[in-house]
Write a protein that binds this ligand. Sequence first.
Ligand SMILES: Cc1cc2nc3c(=O)[nH]c(=O)nc-3n(C[C@H](O)[C@H](O)[C@H](O)COP(=O)(O)OP(=O)(O)OC[C@H]3O[C@@H](n4cnc5c(N)ncnc54)[C@H](O)[C@@H]3O)c2cc1C
Length: 149
Amino acid sequence: MSEPLVIIGNGMAATRLVDGLTTLAPGRYAIAVVGEEPSLAYNRVLLSSVLAREVEAKDIELKTAAWWRDRGVTLVYGRRAVEIDTRARFVRLRGGAKLGYAKLVVATGSEAVRLPLAGADLPGVVTFRDKADVNTILSRARPGARWRA
Ligand SMILES: Cc1cc2nc3c(=O)[nH]c(=O)nc-3n(C[C@H](O)[C@H](O)[C@H](O)COP(=O)(O)OP(=O)(O)OC[C@H]3O[C@@H](n4cnc5c(N)ncnc54)[C@H](O)[C@@H]3O)c2cc1C
């Protein structure tokens, strides 16, 4: 019987791990991947190319929905993991749902650093870390545009 494996984080590391596990040990784990971003995992390095309008956001997805489905992976994206109970072995998602696990991997990457300067948290000061940031920059930061929160 497959062991339940939960991976928190739906980024490049999680994708590589699922690729490896399902190639080397197919069927050994029943895998669920929880991702806060509301999209399939993508190549974050190529966000610069999306920002430069050289490629579409869809083009930088690492794997297709069919790829994940064919490997039997349960994708829970657009949901943040908010609690890990290591005693009872479950992960709680925002909204209350619980995912039980036998094995747990935390692959949550990092967050963009904000400079500790006055004004760094003003609405017009944005980070460049994910697709949402790129959308914000593309939609609001045009030559001559004025910021409106
Ligand atoms: C614009 C840009 C350019 C870059 N260029 C390069 C480069 O040229 N070379 C290079 O080596 N690296 C580059 N990097 C860094 C590289 O993208 C990261 O090192 C890499 O994405 C890390 O992969 P990861 O899977 O560990 O984490 P991430 O890609 O950060 O993925 C982690 C995921 O976990 C999710 N997550 C976090 N907390 C939770 C939670 N509690 N519940 C659910 N989900 C959660 C996040 O939303 C995120 O989607 C670049 C990064 C950026 C932003």
